[in-house]
Write a protein that binds this ligand. Structure first.
Ligand code: FAD
Ligand code: NAI
Length: 475
């Protein structure tokens, strides 16, 4: 006997679990199916983000940053430490505990909002009664029926051809987050977001890190001035980054991994490392959904094809998050989940792709929203740029972290803010003001006229806005 719901959500990552909660808030009888298992085989909702993505990576970034500060920054504050050491097992245990708090929090939220939770794999069976029949294969097999289905099945790490992940020597993000001891040497393929974040964690803890990147340009999607500053900072910290490389054969042995590669000048090279993290992007995950069986349309990358409103080609079937087009970010997945829930309830949910912030949680942090200077140039848009260095910000000096700057790009005629780029301390938090400003179509002058607390890092944003009009006060 099928259990009936208004909405069934397949996938309990940030896209799916948030969509389910919003549906329930709107009075829809909702179920969420998620197959992620913790080590004991129990449910671990939250998807990639909670289990092997955003949350655990930020936990390790925090631990490793404390370690680096204790080793390098404390002395200038007059704090001395003898016998500084890192207990990697404890650090990983803390990270696991943070993950579990988040898993438990989602289960609690499901209960609080009366979302039915099913632990197992969900797949389409057939169209039924103007909706869909969905099978759940888990500890208990169930059949659900729903008028509307939201697919939020996320993504998986892309492997290098011929070098599958063994999570011992060749690691995806999953293995990268549970290395048991600091490797002497660590290789990373890809200097994207995961490459830089994970490379930073293990470098701070003492690994000699080499990153091999295919593109000739570093952080090509980031504002070029920010990318230049980031390159300076990361290479100074000791990350060895090789650009324009071609990765060849990868061989994993008992003690390590050997990577044949060709450098930018065409010379053959070999990298021998204890462990190798492959972070060359992610692929949408539709395995086990029976997409083909019901005719759910996928594109050439394997992503579910959706329109601007996240509607698929099947009636009553929606898809959100990493499994569809657009940036693979947790907050993008969440916003789409909310918007779809609201559309199902007859409202007008909307996601503005122009104001989705990006953050890279390295040190210095990098964050941006809107257009880069190179994008504006390519589009032939007339703009004015203003920037302000943290070196001239009192709070940054007090913190002892003066790397980087805030940069604001505004339309030359109207002064509307078109992009904000931050590299430096707490960029992840500072970017929120820029997102709000852009959502409200603020001008640079609007930010310049707003009172910002002193001393605070946010004053650098105000000063960058003043700089657009060439009238900084403190630089
Ligand atoms: P997912 O989080 O992948 O969730 C999908 C869920 O569906 C999973 O639980 C999966 O088990 C389940 N599932 C799949 N198929 C089925 C099925 N048939 N039946 C039942 N369940 C199924 N983004 C940020 O915004 N900020 C960050 O700091 C950040 N850090 C990251 C760090 C790393 C190392 C990685 C890998 C990613 C990071 N991301 C970050 C990206 C972020 O994790 C993803 O964009 C986000 O998790 C996508 O959410 P989602 O709900 O679409 O999919
Ligand atoms: P990415 O797309 O950020 O970077 C992949 C890098 O690998 C690119 O620079 C690419 O040029 C390079 N590359 C691709 N193929 C290669 C090859 N064969 N040899 C060498 N280099 C190659 O992907 P990444 O780092 O795997 O992360 C996946 C996604 O997860 C990100 O795009 C992002 O959406 C999300 N994420 C977000 C984070 C955040 O918001 N802070 C943190 C981590 C991940």
């Amino acid at each position: 006997m099928a259990k009936n719901f208004d909405v069934v959500v397949i996938g309990g990552g940030p896209g799916g679990y948030i969509a389910a909660i919003r549906c329930a808030q709107l009075g829809l009888n909702t179920a969420c199916i998620d197959e992620w298992q913790n080590r004991a085989g129990g449910p671990a909702p939250g998807g990639t983000c909670t289990n092997v993505g955003c949350i655990p990576s930020k936990a390790l970034l925090q631990s490793s940053e404390h370690y680096e500060h204790a080793g390098h920054a404390f002395a200038e504050h007059g704090i001395g430490l003898d016998n500084l050491r890192i207990d990697v097992a404890k650090m990983i245990g803390r990270k696991d505990a943070v993950v579990k708090q988040n898993n438990d929090g989602i289960l609690y939220l499901f209960k609080k909002n009366k979302v039915g939770f099913f632990h197992g794999r969900g797949s389409f069976v057939k169209a039924a009664d103007g909706g869909w029949e969905i099978a759940v294969a888990g500890s208990a097999n169930e059949t659900l029926q729903a008028k509307q289905v939201i697919v939020a099945t996320g993504s998986n790490a892309r492997a290098l051809p011929g070098a599958p992940f063994d999570e011992e020597r060749i690691l995806s993000n999953d293995g990268a987050l549970r290395i048991g001891a600091v490797p002497k040497t660590l290789g990373l393929i890809g200097s994207g977001v995961i490459g830089l974040e994970m490379g930073s964690v293990w470098r701070r803890l003492g690994a000699q890190v080499t990153v091999l990147e295919a593109l000739p340009e570093f952080l090509a999607a980031v504002d070029a001035q920010v990318a230049k500053e980031a390159w300076k900072a990361f290479t100074k910290q000791g990350l060895k980054i090789e650009l324009g490389v071609k990765v060849g054969e990868v061989k994993a042995g008992k003690k390590g991994v050997s990577v044949a590669w060709t450098d930018a000048k065409g010379a053959a090279q070999v990298l021998e490392v204890e462990r190798l993290i492959v972070s060359i992007g992610r692929v949408p995950n539709t395995a086990g959904l029976n997409a083909e069986g019901v005719g759910l349309k996928l594109d050439e990358r394997g992503a579910i094809v959706v329109d601007d409103h996240c509607r698929t080609n099947l009636p009553g079937v929606w898809a959100v998050g990493d499994v569809v087009r657009g940036p693979m970010l947790a907050h993008k997945a969440e916003e789409e989940g909310v918007a779809v829930a609201e559309r199902i309830a007859g409202q007008h949910g909307h996601v503005d792709f122009n104001t989705i912030p990006w953050v890279i949680y390295t040190s210095p942090e990098i964050a941006w929203v809107g257009q880069t200077e190179q994008q504006l140039k390519a589009a032939g848009r007339a703009y004015r740029a203003g920037s302000f260095p943290f070196l001239a910000n009192g709070r940054a000096r007090a913190l002892g972290d003066t790397t980087g700057f805030v940069k604001i790009l505004a339309d030359a005629q109207t002064d509307e803010i078109l992009g904000v780029h931050v590299i430096g301390p707490m960029a992840s938090e500072l970017i929120a003001e820029a997102v709000v400003a852009m959502e409200f179509k603020a001008s640079a002058e609007d930010i310049a006229r707003i009172c910002h607390a002193h001393p605070s890092l946010s004053e650098a944003t105000k000063e960058a806005a003043l700089a657009v009009d060439k009238r900084t006060l403190n630089f």
